[in-house]
Design a protein around this ligand. Structure first.
Ligand code: SAM
Ligand code: SF4
Length: 453
């Protein structure tokens, strides 16, 4: 049973653990040569036939949603498309030269920004260029983020013809007053139309992103948004906690802290949403995600086959992720690298024929071991402890587990840990018990992460 008291107690700043160590622990500057070396070595070890994941960041948006915490560039000038896509293909070629073999692409995600800012013809040119020197895995999983206001049938069919079967629509909130104050006017008909069009074309999984904790949201308004959402039966829903990012786009914002739901109301908004989803056949598969039983993420969760990377939860077990584009992150299993966050610096590296990586982290043995504990907990809800880590576990993790167990979130002994049904709502807090960087105060959570709820 999740009580308001429990929600309050665990509503502390915690990472979403799409990586471990988390980004604030990374080095501000890594050398390109060292990243190339480690990436190449890992690529050979991981046996490329298994397939890699590819993430392409497409940063442009036509207008600014003032709550947005993503890396984006606002412009109505569509002439920017071609130069950007040419640079993505150059970056891809730099990776191809490095690995000296044809990669097998198993997972591909176009994220943003707004991928559907780009014309269908330009997206086709991008994908043709990417696929030219790659093999597509027979069990591939290709997805993209679409803005309901500008995802056309042409976008959907172009991507479908390139193997895309999953789409994620940014819905956020359907209430007119909320939409106005966050500067995202998006009539529900647009969401409905985009969803219908995707289904008619044969997309098998439609995801909606919703946010709770936005300015002016009330229990009534969120109920209406969620019931409308459920009427369209998205296969998955990401129900995100609004992360207030006061340092971005402040000048253009129509709201301030006073318009945000107070902490208690925010928790009630979450509880209301969770209740409505579960009452209507959705399962909470952990860390903000709900899915219908027909969804493959749900099936993977049930079978203990979920995985997690920078794109969030996935059914694909690839150990190498190449992130292309401004701010994109790559993961070589034992090392992470993030690209330049400004277009200017990104373009400069590409025109210098250099991989645009700047920030990153190379894991030591201890990081690798604790990364596995965190992944096990977030994907399977259980983990087994290795005897060689007992000293570290006793010093850092077990004292945390004692409290988590008292609150009914985990069951554990010296050999293993299992997350309870209630604990599923607090996965981020449970993972934190294995985050040695945070427990040693090497990462300053308050300044860098949003609260759990
Ligand atoms: C990278 S955005 C891309 C989606 C697409 N651009 C759109 O808006 O339709 C992915 C998702 O992040 C979520 N998001 C963005 N800013 C957020 C914030 N400050 N707090 C919580 N979630 C946020 C939104 O739900 C959004 O759909
Ligand atoms: S929420 Fe999506 S469309 Fe809005 S500014 Fe952010 S990335 Fe762009």
């Amino acid at each position: 049973m999740i009580t308001l008291e429990l929600l309050k107690r665990y509503n502390v700043p915690v990472p979403r653990y799409t990586s471990y160590p988390t980004v604030p622990s990374w080095k501000e500057k890594i050398s390109v040569a060292s990243w190339e070396k480690i990436f190449k070595e890992q690529f050979e070890i991981e046996n490329n036939n298994k397939g890699i994941s590819l993430y392409i960041h497409l940063p442009f948006c036509e207008s600014l949603c003032t709550y947005c915490g993503c890396n984006k560039k606002i412009t109505t000038n569509h002439n920017v498309e071609e130069e950007y896509l040419q640079c993505i293909l150059k970056e891809w070629n730099l990776y191809l030269q490095l690995i000296e073999t044809k990669p097998v692409i198993k997972e591909l995600h176009l994220g943003g920004g707004t991928p559907t800012f780009f014309s269908p013809a330009n997206l086709q040119a991008l994908l043709s260029g990417i696929f030219e020197d790659a093999t597509i895995h027979p069990q591939h999983d290709f997805s993209f983020e679409g803005h309901p206001n500008n995802t056309t049938v042409d976008h959907l069919s172009t991507l479908y013809n390139n193997g895309f079967r999953r789409v994620s629509f940014g819905v956020q909130d359907n209430n007119a007053a909320v939409q106005k104050i966050i500067n995202r006017i998006q009539p529900f008909e647009n969401v409905q139309r985009a969803t219908d069009n995707a289904r008619k074309l044969g997309y098998v999984s439609v995801n909606f992103d919703l946010i709770y904790g936005l300015p002016l949201q009330t229990l009534k308004s969120i109920e209406e948004t969620i019931l409308q959402t459920i009427s369209l039966q998205p296969d998955r829903v990401a129900f995100y906690s609004y992360a207030h990012v006061p340092w971005t786009s402040k000048g253009k914002r129509l709201f301030d802290e006073n318009d945000l739901p107070a902490a208690d109301l925010k928790m009630q908004l979450y509880q209301k949403g969770k209740q409505l989803f579960t009452d209507h056949g959705y399962s909470d598969i952990g860390m903000d995600h709900f899915a219908l039983p027909n969804d493959d993420l749900y099936a993977a969760w049930k079978q203990g086959l979920l995985h997690r990377n920078f794109m969030g939860y996935t059914t694909q077990n690839t150990n190498m992720l190449i992130g292309l584009g401004v701010s994109a992150i790559s993961d070589a299993g034992i090392a992470y690298a993030q690209n330049h966050k400004t277009l200017h610096n990104y373009y400069q590296s590409i025109y210098n024929n250099e991989l645009p990586v700047v920030k990153g982290y190379f894991l030591n043995d201890e990081d690798v071991a604790f990364k596995k504990y965190i992944l096990d907990i977030s994907c399977k809800g259980k983990t087994n402890f290795k005897s060689q880590h007992l000293d570290l576990l006793m010093q850092y993790s077990f004292p945390e587990l004692i409290n988590l167990e008292k609150d009914g979130l985990v069951k554990w002994n010296l050999k293993e840990l299992t997350v309870t049904e209630t604990g599923r709502n607090f996965i981020r807090n449970i993972c934190k018990a294995f985050d040695l960087h945070m427990l040693r105060n090497e990462t300053k959570a308050e300044q860098l992460f949003s609260k759990a709820i």
